[in-house]
Design a protein around this ligand. Structure first.
Ligand code: ACM
Ligand code: ZN
Length: 778
């Protein structure tokens, strides 16, 4: 019965059944359209190569790396197909996968994969090249239980676009155990990534054993508790800690090296050093006491470069680091180092004087003091045969002579560094920060730092700025994704934030830009996801979700809603809050919602990879879907889609002000007019806004309502003043209602004024941000 079913299936999806020694067996076709897409795939004539338990993997005798490569391939093929394959260095006359180093290429990571009826040959320019050929064969192989695989004849010629293909994991904010770090390295290898940037030290924890400074781990690796959310003032009361012994680090470095991954350790200096200061308070300007940070952010207490003992410390730490990590590069951080302690510290000021550092038009003497620290550390490492990478802040002051710049605050720093002849790794927040949200509907996401970085946006990243000359372009070594873990407390969550965005990044790093195509990538991604499933990875499933666009249509006076999916999957919806099923209304074009509704929609696919249910409440009042005009400009970064979001009938569901559901003002008051299209009797106006004191967003100070019959002359209707002042940090959404004597009018003008930031806050005396979502007239 099963056999007949399989034969019928073969018509549509390439599954057929062959009789082999053990009886009937399912045979499935390999698909070379993988992620990252190889740069050349040429199909060839002939019969397919059939993988069976008689197939052998052949490696060149005496080459241990190639033997390990052969073992990897056997492990991968067994995991995917259930077929156990033997490795040997004796070449049979057919039915073998032959690994060799017979494809010389100036790019040492290049490989060629050739398939004919008798052999699959993977020839690499180096063992690393062979490893990528193996990853390609693995990804081309379908995943199933006890299947046989038919590989159609093909020639694949492939090499990566960039020599630096990185991903950073912060194990300092939240520690990850050795076993998970190895699993993470395996995940990187699956995506052809060759560099693991390991962020090992932070304000919130020091994670690497340094024998000369044992308190870094006995004291610095432990924090007493962790703040809940974004510096809310509430704590979890649970100690958090952990570190890697030097033996564990050597083991992980070797594990990564077997997979052709170089680990670049980061010792972030001179800022982000509170854990070290808590361990050795004499290294700070004030002498402390300090504690390992329990909150997130940037801290004023940093290393004191006025003291010689600081450099003795750094050289002691780095001496041990370079013994553990054979990488060419050591990352020395350099980001987010406040200068306030240095400005006040007699020893720092004496150092500034001794070095003759002066303020100039661009930078302060203290910026040049950081440059001095960086250059001194660079010299120490250069003398020992290593090079430094630093975050783009190392451009402030004077760039250390041989430094590679990691450009994170946009592309500008990296562009400038390349123009100055320095090497650059591009990792701008806009496309590379995997701690950002993956969905606009953040209410259904685990709490994240903010932002919005879906797979498609990662995919669109182009690391080489067009304005560079060809010579300068060569300085762009590659691209990297960064995963900071303030809000990523465990391994499953790391996987959720990393995959499948890392698949999109892998194609940015590997594939030539003219070959990239998002819709095509999405189809190929489904194959990679079968490996994610097989590995039990906790990947994010937004790619299966519905993309929703909602905007008020001022002609129809309704909310226009469009749904789409990347694969044109059938979408079903309901308006009464019921869970959509295949029996619900099927979406077939823009939907117009003009009355209160609880809209739900879901993509339901034959494969069972359904979307999550999209859900939103539409609430209609007199102002909803009515023409609205802003009379003042919002902050350019927080303009969202403009005034229309204030009358779209949709209330923001959380305080993520990057979600596009909020509009933000600071310089200007929010002033707008709404045209109700005909005179209406109105007696209240309601504003929804938010407070997020950590982001300088405070409650509003005043709401003024005016009305007009002609849209030209306005008269006062209502006026509300806020007489409470924030006393402490907090974040929440809130609404304010201004009630007034009923007034009949067609036009209403609303003015909303921000507060002045109170004295307990860093922004004291400045105008706060005002974030508004909806304005209601009733
Ligand atoms: C960084 O994100 N602070 C490099
Ligand atoms: Zn100092």
């Amino acid at each position: 019965m099963k056999k007949i079913k399989n034969v019928i299936l073969s018509v549509c999806c390439g599954v057929f059944v062959m009789a082999c020694s053990g009886g009937a067996k399912e045979v499935r076709k390999a698909d070379y359209n993988i992620v990252p897409l190889p740069n050349e795939i040429r199909t060839a004539e002939g019969n397919p190569f059939l993988l069976s338990k008689e197939t052998k993997i052949v490696f060149p005798a005496g080459n241990d790396k190639m033997k390990r490569n052969a073992e990897f391939l056997a492990e991968f093929l067994e995991a995917s197909t259930g077929v156990k394959i033997r490795i040997t260095s004796e070449q049979p006359d057919k039915n073998a996968i032959v690994l060799s180093l017979d494809a010389p290429d100036e790019n040492s990571e290049a490989y060629r994969l050739q398939v004919d009826e008798k052999f699959i040959r993977i020839d690499g320019a180096s063992e690393a090249g062979v490893f990528y050929g193996i990853q390609t064969l693995r990804k081309a192989t379908p995943v199933g239980e006890r299947i046989s695989v038919a590989y159609d004849p093909v020639v694949i010629n492939d090499a990566p676009r960039f020599g630096y293909r990185g991903m950073m994991l912060d194990v300092a904010r939240h520690f990850e155990p050795v076993e998970f770090v190895k699993r993470f390295v395996d995940m990187l290898a699956l995506h052809n990534i060759n560099t693991f940037h390991w962020h090992l030290t932070e304000d919130q924890g020091w994670r690497i054993e340094i024998k000369a400074y044992p308190k870094l781990t006995t004291v610095g690796s432990q924090r007493a508790q962790t703040v809940i959310g974004k510096n809310t003032g509430e704590y979890d009361g649970k100690p958090h800690g952990g570190f890697y012994t030097q033996e564990e680090i050597k083991d992980i470095v070797a594990y990564a090296a077997e997979r052709y991954i170089t680990i670049i350790p980061e010792i972030d200096l001179p800022g982000h050093m509170l854990a070290a200061l808590a361990s050795y308070p004499e290294l700070g300007c004030t002498g402390g006491p300090y504690e390992v940070a329990q909150t997130w952010g940037v801290f004023d207490d940093v290393l004191c470069p006025g003291k010689d003992s600081t450099f003795i410390f750094l050289e002691g730490v780095l001496s041990e680091v370079i013994e553990l990590f054979p990488s060419k590069y050591i990352h020395i951080g350099g980001d987010e180092c406040p200068k306030v302690r240095w400005e006040q510290c007699p020893l720092c000021q004496a150092r500034i004087k001794e070095l003759g550092l002066k303020d100039d038009a661009q930078h302060t003497a203290e910026h040049y003091l950081q440059s001095y620290v960086t250059a001194r550390v660079e010299k120490f490492l250069n003398d020992r045969g290593r090079s430094i990478i630093g975050w783009d802040e190392i451009l402030e002051g004077e760039l250390a002579p041989n430094a590679t710049v990691m450009s994170w605050r946009g592309m500008e720093g990296g562009t400038r560094a390349a123009q100055m002849g320095h090497d650059v790794i591009m990792t701008p927040t806009s496309h590379c920060y995997f701690d950002f949200y993956q969905a606009e509907d953040t209410g259904n996401e685990p709490f994240a730092i903010g932002g919005f970085l879906p797979v498609e946006k990662v995919y669109s990243f182009e690391p080489v700025p067009g304005i560079l000359t060809d010579e300068q372009k060569k300085h762009i070594l590659g691209a990297q994704a960064n995963l900071w873990t303030e809000y990523v407390p465990n391994a499953e969550h790391v996987e959720y934030m990393a995959m499948p965005r890392i698949a999109a990044m892998s194609e940015v790093q590997w594939t030539q830009p003219e070959k990239k195509n998002y819709a095509d990538f999405h189809k190929r991604l489904l194959g990679l996801i079968s490996i994610y499933d097989q590995q039990g990875y906790h990947y994010a499933r937004h790619i299966f979700d519905i993309k929703t666009e909602m905007k008020p249509d001022f002609e129809k006076n309704a909310l226009s809603v469009t749904f789409s999916t990347i694969d044109n999957a059938p979408v079903y919806y309901t308006l009464d809050g019921a869970e959509p099923t295949e029996a619900s209304t099927r979406y077939d074009g823009p939907l117009f919602v003009s009355a209160d509704a609880q809209l739900k929609a879901a993509a339901i696919r034959p494969s069972g990879k359904n979307s999550r249910t999209f859900s939103t409440e539409v609430q209609v009042n007199e102002a909803t879907f009515k023409p609205v005009v802003l009379l003042t400009d919002p902050e350019p970064n927080y303009a969202s889609s403009g005034a229309e979001i204030l009358v779209d009938g949709l209330q923001a569901v959380n305080t993520n002000f990057h979600s596009g559901k909020w509009i933000g003002f600071q310089e200007n008051d929010l002033v707008l007019t709404i045209d109700l299209l005909q005179p209406k009797t109105i007696s209240s106006a309601e504003l929804s806004n938010m407070i997020q004191t950590g982001d300088w967003i405070f409650d509003v100070s005043q709401i003024i309502v005016e009305s007009s019959r002609d849209g030209k002359t306005f008269s006062p209707a209502g006026n509300w003043k806020n007489d409470t002042e924030e006393k402490a940090p907090r974040g929440e959404m809130l609404t304010h209602t201004v009630t007034f004597d009923p007034v009949e009018a067609r036009y209403f003008k609303i003015t909303v004024k921000p507060s002045i930031i109170p004295v307990w806050h860093d922004g004291r005396g400045k105008r706060a941000f005002l974030f508004a979502d909806e304005i209601l007239l009733k």
